[in-house]
Write a protein that binds this ligand. Structure first.
Ligand SMILES: *[C@@H]1O[C@H](CO)[C@@H](O)[C@H](O)[C@H]1NC(C)=O
Ligand SMILES: *[C@@H]1O[C@H](CO)[C@@H](O)[C@H](O)[C@H]1NC(C)=O
Length: 422
């Protein structure tokens, strides 16, 4: 009898606890909805139906699935909360360098916005630019600092070639294009750096490409993608000595290693350090005025292949990966991670799929609802591109954004619940 009443008391106790928990959670959800509004925002965003893509049934199913995931708090709370900690990572900042000249201010800011949209780790931007647009940069970035001060810092610098014939260099190479060759020398105190062209857009967190630094073996010091997935196929003016070559629009660099490495080359048998290498190159190639910075990198890594980490093509996805048919398997499988709209495709009508992504991110204002003001307009824009070779499979472009937004949403819910005391 005593054992029986003990059990009764215990189970009543647990029942009451369960009830309390249930009500507390319901309250919490309601409160979260009223408080920050983000939960409500996203819910109303989910019930907003833009014109459907592709097959209606399939799209409806997809949307139902998304709605289920977004409203199914059960699923979210079952997961380990740590996994979704929305707070900015306490690890040191990731360093991102860009070189923006003349009319590339707007494009550069759009690239930076894309980097900030999806990342959870602080970013330090090193902006190299001309005196004439410095002030405009400053004004625009200050507007972002208010909502995003925990997410980024920036330094604006002038174009700097730390080399003895700096003025000569500037005459021969386009100063803006050649700047990134000097980054290991100019940014003396930075250990690792991601350099990107301004016509690049991040479709997933910057920390994802940053983590490739840990995958470098003992000799690798820079990560880049190949210029062509299928060597020597269509345009080969970039390749040198018959190598397919690398594209320098996205360069992940361990600067510490670049500064201390010795580079073999045909000019000096024993090899030289990076900073001297640039001088030698200048002496040897100053008459080949059509050469570009990318050609120089191609020569360097052709002579020192063990220094190069080959990034998969979805980390520097360009029109040539789809305009003659798809030739980037990685993008088909997991979607584009970094989009690179080179040759001006964001501004003409040659590649509407690239333009659609640029315009969606460009038109998004920080702090707006990301589903309503970014994802859905983007999905709608893709309707106009399905007849082009690049827009044929919208998922190649949309997969990573959808994945990231889903994660951001889940993090918000957990944070809201986490703030409430039961
Ligand atoms: C870069 O390389 C140096 C020297 O090998 C190493 O100490 C450092 O941790 C590396 N940085 C990153 C981010 O991996
Ligand atoms: C690192 O990888 C590159 C490319 O695969 C290779 O050439 C090099 O020998 C590797 N280095 C080490 C130390 O294993």
């Amino acid at each position: 009898m005593r054992a029986y009443s003990k059990t009764l008391v215990l189970s009543t106790f647990f029942f009451i606890l369960l009830l309390l928990y249930f009500f507390a959670r319901r309250d919490a959800l309601l409160k979260a909805e009223q408080n920050g509004g983000s939960l409500r925002d996203v819910r109303s965003a989910v019930t907003f139906h833009p014109p459907l893509l592709r097959d209606t049934q399939q799209e409806t199913r997809r949307r139902q699935k998304l709605t289920k995931i977004l409203s199914g708090s059960k699923k979210i709370t079952r997961k380990h909360p740590k996994q979704f900690s929305m707070s900015i990572s306490h690890k040191g900042p990731m360093h991102l360098a860009l070189v923006a000249c003349r009319n590339h201010l707007e494009e550069a800011l759009t690239m930076m916005k894309s980097a900030l949209l999806f990342s959870n780790r602080k970013i330090m931007f090193h902006i190299f630019t001309e005196e004439s647009i410095k002030l405009m940069f400053e004004t625009r970035l200050k507007q972002w600092l208010d909502p995003l001060s925990s997410k980024f810092q920036y330094i604006i610098r002038e174009i700097t070639f730390s080399i003895k014939d700096a003025e000569e260099w500037k005459k021969i190479f386009q100063p803006c294009a050649a700047q990134h060759l000097f980054l290991p020398v100019v940014l003396k105190d930075v250990d690792s750096l991601l350099y990107v062209d301004t016509d690049v857009l991040f479709l997933r967190p910057v920390e994802d490409i940053w983590s490739f630094l840990n995958m470098f073996n003992d000799t690798q010091l820079a990560g880049m993608t190949l210029e062509h997935e299928i060597p020597n196929r269509i345009f080969d003016h970039h390749s040198i000595k018959g190598i397919a070559g690398i594209n320098s629009g996205v360069m992940l660099m361990n600067l510490t290693r670049i500064r201390s490495a010795v580079f073999k080359n045909s000019l000096i048998p024993n090899g030289v350090e990076w900073k001297d290498l640039l001088n030698h190159f200048y002496e040897k190639y100053k008459n080949y005025i059509t050469w570009k910075d990318q050609d120089m990198l191609n020569i360097i890594f052709h002579d020192n292949p063990e220094y190069l980490y080959k990034l998969p093509c979805q980390w520097n996805y360009r029109p040539q990966h789809c305009m003659y048919g798809s030739n980037c398997k990685g993008a088909e499988e997991e979607g584009v991670s970094i989009l690179h709209g080179n040759n001006g495709v964001y501004y003409d009508d040659k590649q509407p799929a690239f333009k659609a992504v640029y315009e969606a991110i460009h038109g998004y204002t920080i702090e707006e609802n990301m589903f309503q003001s970014l994802l859905y307009p983007l999905q709608t824009k893709f309707l106009d591109t399905v007849n082009t070779l690049c827009g044929r499979i919208p998922q190649i472009f949309l997969k990573q954004i959808e994945k990231t937004l889903k994660k951001v949403y889940e993090q918000r819910v957990v944070i809201h619940l986490g703030h409430l005391q039961y």
